[in-house]
Design a protein around this ligand. Sequence first.
Ligand SMILES: Cc1cc2nc3c(=O)[nH]c(=O)nc-3n(C[C@H](O)[C@H](O)[C@H](O)COP(=O)(O)O)c2cc1C
Length: 298
Amino acid sequence: MQQVLALLGSPRKLGNSELIAKEISRHIPESHRLLLIRLPQMEIRPCRACYTCLFDTCPQQDDFLGILEALIESDALILVAPTYLLSANASVKKLVDRGLSFYPYFEQLWGKPAVAVAVAGIPGMEGFTKLCLESAVRLMGGQLKASEVVYGALPGEVFMNHENRQVAKTLARALFGPSPDLQEIPWRCPACGGDTFRFLSPDQVRCMTCSSPGKAQISEGRISFAVHPPEDHFFLTLEGARRHLDWLRGMKQRFLQKKKELKAICLDYRKEGKWLQGRMNEENRRVTGAESIKEDSP
Ligand SMILES: Cc1cc2nc3c(=O)[nH]c(=O)nc-3n(C[C@H](O)[C@H](O)[C@H](O)COP(=O)(O)O)c2cc1C
């Protein structure tokens, strides 16, 4: 029996994200067990940029490694998150920020099938939530089979629109189905299937999902993208990801070589400005009436 992991970026119990994930699960044709993780409930501490995870396990004692284990042990992933202020709920980014820890496990994670759903309350106001989720899947080594945006604000509202049940069904079938033909849709990135591009000039673009550079071209009023991923692109092949891990590990050596020079640059900025601290302090109430941050003591 397959194991499907649903990572939910919503704090709401029985909210739209949870319902969508469960509706997808109901329609997955393959026999499977559904495991769910509500990311905002998990303790995922900020990455400390120590790079220990590239050589050993992350030293932070929180829920991250448990989530990573669940991901490794699962056969497929459903990632669903609500839009918060035009982006995915921050719990998704908190997970992804710890993502250097994924690299040493890419042999187990690579190519895991995944579908992603961005939920937004206001039609058209999903911002870059879908992009965030697609990137998250890629950064976890997953193979994105399909992704969608659905609208609904109140808990459950997403299924007041019957079409969204159909969306869930389509995603369910896609999860263990064949890989999408990336060349089929000309207005998507032919390297990764992404549909968000940054224009670097009137015709030069970069895919915001896989970072491949390319050209936008218009023929007979239709736009298409000719993208040329770098040869050892670390998002597109496991071999590229392995090479990127080696490159990242090599940073330690490069740092040691240039340590003196780097230190001199940094220390030049040591004394500027006054730091404010996030410590809450009753005496310090100012504008909002809330306990405000205070100045760092020298
Ligand atoms: C703090 C906050 C910010 C939100 N920002 C947006 C937004 O920028 N665009 C949007 O369309 N919906 C926004 N919403 C609405 C949610 O995306 C919507 O209610 C969604 O259905 C919540 O999914 P859930 O039930 O899975 O939590 C916001 C909701 C909250 C609580």
